[in-house]
Design a protein. Structure first.
Length: 390
């Protein structure tokens, strides 16, 4: 039987005591522990301390733009989630994503051996440095290199400073890196993925771009085209005129509500999040939007964000066969910006959809959900839930 337990601390001096309580709650040593750290908490030091307290566990870690356990967010703290059950876990870590994504991912997964026949279902948990801007490529490379496995995970955060994000495995953490845990289980783990955005504008073409920087949409400066597309709705729904915003905080408020959507099927969209109005009226996105991409500006509201979080959790639970021991959730930082004080409602909705099972996760700069055979798996402004069956 699988068990999951979580703990959260704001005072790092309490970490060892909290981990002792976590082990008692599990009734034994876990196979996997996930460490989620505010950038105010040294991730590398936390990984070492968790590794010492939970010998034998494979440890994965990430910095965050907010971390939570249950229905409570921890400001500036640490969250640890640990899972114990009948499965096998291997982990890998490598640095160098920005310079050589293919080589770095290959090094991270090079030590993975074949699981036993008793554990035929494989799931990769992946954390990447968001500011390497390699999340999409890294997810696809992991999928290609390890083969028949579904993938869930996220890009690390740094409390919206956009300065330095870190991930880690074992006792080591670094920026410009990828950390992977390969979980082999008797029963499949469940993944859910929902965003809650719907199209607002007609199709728009990225006519000039450089990496994550979109310079032009439909031949206009990207910010101008974006602001024109959202102006009427923004004035009506939140009282903001994008051409007359009083502060950078109001730009962020709009970016959380109005995203870009890449069409991936009939009325299905993958969301790409603008993060910043850049010089020259460009838009800086969380990941690349190549020239020629066709997007629509999307919009959402608080109730839709809460409902989509619950739907992601329900989908993950359904893929587990109905009952779960616990779940990890990766929720976009811009969703938290949009929900603000309503964010605990989304956590409560996920807990309810999971049948009250333990929940832990963080607000990220990108979310990863990739089924076997998918050709794209990096998302923005999305909730991804990874659930462990009982």
């Amino acid at each position: 039987m699988t068990q999951m337990s979580t703990t959260q601390v704001t005072d790092p001096q309490r970490l060892e005591a909290a981990l002792d309580e976590l082990k008692q709650d599990l009734g034994g040593a876990p196979q996997l522990a996930v460490v989620l750290a505010s950038p105010r908490q040294p991730l590398g030091e936390a990984l070492v301390r968790v590794s010492d307290a939970l010998p034998g566990a494979q440890i994965l870690g990430s910095t965050t733009a907010g971390e939570f356990a249950g229905e409570s967010e921890t400001a500036g703290g640490l969250v640890v989630a640990a899972v114990r059950g009948d499965f096998e876990v291997q982990s890998g870590f490598a640095v160098g994503l920005a310079e050589d994504a293919a080589g770095t991912v290959a090094r991270a997964v090079s030590g993975f051996g074949e699981p036993s026949a008793e554990h035929p279902h494989r799931t990769a948990l992946v954390f990447v440095d968001a500011l390497s801007f390699s999340g999409e490529e890294a997810a696809l490379l992991v999928s290609a290199l390890i083969g028949d496995a579904q993938i869930a995970g996220a890009a690390a955060g740094d409390d919206l400073q956009l300065q330095r994000t870190l991930v880690g495995a074992g006792r080591e953490a670094a920026s410009n890196a990828i950390a992977v845990a390969l979980i082999a289980s008797k029963r499949p783990l469940g993944i859910g993925c929902r965003h809650g955005h719907t199209p607002l504008s007609g199709p728009m073409t990225v006519t000039k771009a450089s990496g994550p920087l979109v310079l032009e949409l439909d031949g206009k400066p990207a910010w101008t085209a974006y602001a024109e597309a959202i102006r009427e709705d923004a004035q009506a729904s939140c009282g903001l005129d994008p051409f007359a915003l009083p502060s950078d905080e109001h730009h962020i408020q709009l970016f959380g509500r109005y995203e870009a959507g890449l069409e991936i099927g009939d009325d299905l969209y993958k969301v790409r999040a603008p993060l910043q109005r850049a010089p020259g009226d460009a838009l800086a996105f969380a990941t690349a939007l190549p020239e020629g991409s066709i997007i629509r500006i999307m919009h959402t509201h608080e109730d839709a964000l809460v409902a989509s979080a619950a739907a992601a959790a329900a989908e993950a639970r359904a893929h587990c066969g109905g009952e779960v021991a616990g779940a990890l959730a990766f929720d976009c930082a811009v969703r938290k910006m949009c929900l603000r004080e309503r964010f605990p409602r989304a956590l409560a909705a996920m807990r309810t959809a999971l049948g009250g099972a333990p929940l832990a996760g963080f607000e990220a700069y990108g979310e990863i959900a990739l089924e076997v055979g998918d050709m794209s798996g990096f998302h923005n402004s999305t909730t991804v839930v990874l659930a462990f069956p009982v």
